[in-house]
Design a protein around this ligand. Structure first.
Ligand SMILES: Cc1ncc(C[n+]2csc(CCOP(=O)(O)OP(=O)(O)O)c2C)c(N)n1
Ligand SMILES: [Mg+2]
Length: 485
């Protein structure tokens, strides 16, 4: 930087010709109050061999006032002005970073002065904000989004109760996150490949996975696509481009990047979409995925549901950054923060993120702020770490389903009768699907050993027969509805 100033200084002072840059002309400060001649400027001078030399000559100060007027004015008590040497912006060519020099010893603060704002279009009462540019959405699409949110809510309520009654072993609800599930799904295309965590069954529902298929999976019956080998809610569907959920948190993220890279190689008109929670962003896989996504320029949209909790761990015990959105910049990824309880805002953001991901072949990070209204899972009791008033506030005042309903009602696209009808139909459909799935028998015992290899290898055949022997010896410990013959 400032090499024309340095050249001028060198010409007029005793500085050696090897001096290459000066970083502190505007930072020169008095070390006594007795006058301009006692300013120190020299500490900022480095010679070509990298050694610094102090320099306090009157000569320098005299010349300084000739060649660097802003600095001199500052030294003599006039208001500070930016140093505007044209080579301030000289691009440096270190292999690790292309940048300019600065004379300021200044660390980047850990957080920006203001948190990243959150994009929203509807207020808590479902009214568009005055400046909001609403996305193109006709009555049919709006009703479809709303009715899917209701179906998801209803499925969650009934399946949750069924689990409590012991009909299946485990369940997780999406309460509070219905808009993230459905509105984001609506903004994607069926060709986009999805890698989800576990709190996003609504996306699968949007793509046409039937209530009975959900129930088959939760019961682990013979029609479960996973043949009962996964815990409930670990859905998957090859037909619907929805990769099977796996329990270890964040493993889906690098997988999504790999899939996106494949789509890029194929020149496909599709992207990969990875959904995950704030807790998943605390895993190493998140960071690896982000970095690879950036350097490989993969068409992947990361959608983080920041619901404030990773089971009982609040976000401020997980990270000290301004949420997840700022991490995008750390990896060179474009990012945005959106209100995860505003279906319209989510729809707009995901549509645009998808467009950028595919057309510009780049990753995009979306942080959707939301709240997990239910317990983490049926194995959790969130009243142990959150107070009821907090939960009630989000459940009653901030409900994303109700917010969207108010918006469609204001358009005349929905009314009390349609609400009654859809709620009772959804309830009947979920109960029917669940009862049907509950009556089906379990997958055959041998299914435990199949589908990894083309044909079952000898060591697995051996395990299969050992298992049968154990079951024959202790029949009381094994379910009777699993066919073994
Ligand atoms: C690698 C790994 N560590 C820990 C767990 C246990 N675990 C299951 S869910 C969860 C919390 C995840 O929180 P978040 O990603 O915020 O999702 P949310 O449940 O809030 O939707 C944890 C720690 C796990 N499944 N995998
Ligand atoms: Mg969370």
């Amino acid at each position: 930087m400032a090499s024309s100033a340095v050249r001028a200084l060198m010409k007029n002072s005793t500085l050696k010709r090897g001096a290459t840059f000066i970083t502190s002309i505007t930072e020169a400060r008095p070390y006594s109050q007795h006058g301009v001649r006692e300013f120190s400027c020299g500490y900022a001078l480095w010679n070509a061999s990298g050694r610094s030399s102090t320099f306090e000559s009157e000569d320098l100060l005299r010349n300084l006032s000739k060649v660097v007027p802003p600095a001199t004015r500052r030294l003599s008590g006039e208001p500070e002005k930016a140093f505007t040497d044209d080579e301030d912006s000289e691009v440096l060519d270190y292999p690790g970073a292309k940048t300019t020099f600065t004379h300021e010893l200044k660390f980047i603060p850990e957080n920006a002065a203001e948190p990243v704002p959150c994009y929203r279009l509807l207020n808590d009462f479902g009214q568009p904000l005055p400046w909001a540019q609403l996305p193109q959405m006709d009555a049919e699409l709006a009703r479809k989004i709303y009715s899917h949110m209701v179906s998801l809510q209803t499925m969650d309520l009934i399946f949750y109760e069924a689990q409590r009654q012991g009909r299946f072993s485990f369940y997780m609800t999406t309460h509070g996150e219905e808009a993230i599930n459905i509105a984001t799904a609506a903004a994607l295309s069926p060709e986009d490949v999805l890698f989800t965590q576990y709190r996003e069954p609504g996306i699968l529902m949007w793509r046409g996975f039937s209530l009975e298929s959900f129930a088959n999976q939760c019961f682990g019956n013979r029609d479960d696509l996973g043949k009962g080998r996964q815990m409930p809610v670990h859905y998957g569907s090859r037909e619907l481009n929805y990769f099977t959920i796996s329990s270890p948190i964040a493993t889906q993220l690098p997988q999504a990047v790999g899939a996106a890279y494949g789509l890029k190689m194929d020149n496909a008109d599709a992207c990969a979409v990875a959904y995950f929670g704030d807790g998943a962003s605390s895993e190493g896989d998140f960071h690896g995925a982000m970095n690879f996504a950036a350097i490989l320029e993969t068409p992947v949209v990361f959608i983080c549901r920041n619901n404030g909790w990773a089971i009982s761990t609040p976000t401020n015990d997980q990270f000290r950054s301004d949420g997840i959105v700022v991490k995008g910049r750390g990896y060179g990824i474009r990012s945005i923060r959106v209100d995860g309880m505003d279906a319209l805002a989510l729809y707009s953001v995901v549509k645009e993120a998808r467009r950028m991901a595919i057309e510009e072949s780049r990753p995009v990070l979306i942080e959707a702020l939301t709240y997990r209204v239910g317990h983490h899972s049926t194995s959790d009791d969130s009243s142990k770490y959150r107070n009821k008033a907090e939960i009630d506030h989000w459940k009653l005042v901030r409900d994303p389903v109700l917010r969207f309903r108010k918006w469609i009602e204001a358009h005349g696209w929905w009314d009390v009768d349609s609400e009654k009808k859809i709620r009772s139909e959804a309830r009947a459909a979920v109960i029917a699907a669940m009862n049907k799935a509950g009556r089906k028998e379990k997958p055959h015992l041998s299914a435990l050993f199949e589908d990894v290899y083309d044909s079952v290898p000898s060591h697995l055949k051996e395990q299969d027969s050992q298992l049968r022997e154990v079951i024959a010896r202790h029949p009381e410990d094994y379910p009777t509805d699993v066919p073994t013959q």
